[in-house]
Design a protein. Structure first.
Ligand code: 0CG
Ligand code: SF4
Length: 315
């Protein structure tokens, strides 16, 4: 048996930045820190931060007056920002800059009275945050998840429409939805094809190559991670065996009967230590050979605001 690793895989620039912000604040304030939602969708990271005393909340109302709050990498709605300000919380924003870019597109559209169609998954925090940037009651923002939703969709003015997407969707599926959307609304505008981020795109390309060279693919990532789920979905749709695991404890020897090549990849919120632990376990099954497929080199990194305690919030 041989292990083949996908490349790129694992942590993206937005996740690294978010975790850095949290750790810097823990070291600086040495007091209780609240985070709105899991900072990123990874059990290992969230548990590590819990051990350091971080408290994760789903509602701003659960944060006591005047305490420190960090917004997760997925972003929050204007309503949450406002509530945090009113409560006099000390606010830090770990929203990925690529998500913030989408927020500003929605804010601009809202100001101009343009209707917005958001392609994304209902209930995902990024979708809630992006929808929550739109404040124009005379126009509107609409969430669509599938091409079926396009059929049902009714807008007020077909000539003044814009679409945006969640950052961690399937590239292939989203392009298909966009195609159908443009068919119904030929006037719809967007500066680019979609808003799927570089990390999602690169990991999806890499897992496709990996899947074709292997008999099973292990995707390391948490159940609630959209981008990790998309990687598993791609492998499944290619007709290959796939397992989504949080860590090496989830890996079962019985999966590898008659298997020659095991592929490994990991989501944008999965630290490399978890990949190493899975490899370590696989080695105990008698695997001797490990190789890595080299893919697109990623050189993107996002700076942390220098004055980390001066996050300007425009509401
Ligand atoms: O992939 P999603 O958007 O669910 O988020 P995750 O935290 O897993 O990874 C990137 C970010 C933010
Ligand atoms: Fe940013 Fe993409 Fe990473 Fe999300 S997955 S944090 S959008 S770089």
């Amino acid at each position: 048996m041989q292990i083949i690793l996908a490349n790129p895989r694992g942590l993206c620039a937005g996740v690294i930045r978010a975790i850095d912000i949290v750790n810097k604040l823990i070291n600086k304030y040495k007091k209780k820190i609240y985070i709105k939602h899991e900072i990123v969708h990874n059990k290992f990271i969230v548990n590590k931060l819990k051990q350091k005393g971080v408290i994760f909340v789903e509602k701003i109302s659960n944060v006591p007056q005047g305490e420190i709050i960090i917004f997760s990498a997925h972003g929050v709605s204007k309503k949450d920002k406002k509530e945090a300000k009113i409560k006099n919380l000390k606010i830090f924003d770990a929203t990925c800059p690529l998500v913030l870019k989408i927020h500003s597109k929605v804010i601009q559209a809202s100001k101009k009275g343009k209707e917005v169609i958001l392609i994304g998954h209902s209930g995902h925090p990024e979708v809630i945050g992006t929808m929550g940037q739109y404040t124009n009651n005379n126009a509107g923002i609409y969430l669509i998840q599938t091409t079926k939703d396009i059929k049902k969709l009714k807008v007020k003015n077909e000539q003044n429409l814009k679409f945006v997407t969640q950052t961690t969707l399937s590239v292939e599926n989203t392009n298909y939805i966009v195609k159908k959307l443009k068919k119904k609304y030929p006037e719809i505008k967007n500066s680019n094809k979609n808003d799927i981020c570089y990390a999602t795109t690169n990991r999806q390309k890499a897992v496709k190559i990996l899947s074709k060279k292997t008999d099973i693919v292990i995707v390391i990532g948490s159940r609630n991670s959209s981008n990790a789920n998309r990687l598993a979905e791609i492998v499944h749709n290619l007709g290959n065996n796939v397992k989504l695991v949080d860590n090496e404890k989830d890996v079962k020897k019985s999966w590898f009967k008659n298997i020659k090549k095991i592929g490994i990849t990991s989501g944008a919120s999965t630290p490399e230590i978890l990949v190493n632990q899975v490899i370590k376990k696989l080695l105990t099954f008698g695997i001797k050979d490990i190789k890595e497929i080299y893919g697109k080199k990623e050189e993107i990194s996002f700076k942390i605001p220098k004055k980390i305690d001066l996050v300007n919030l425009t509401i």
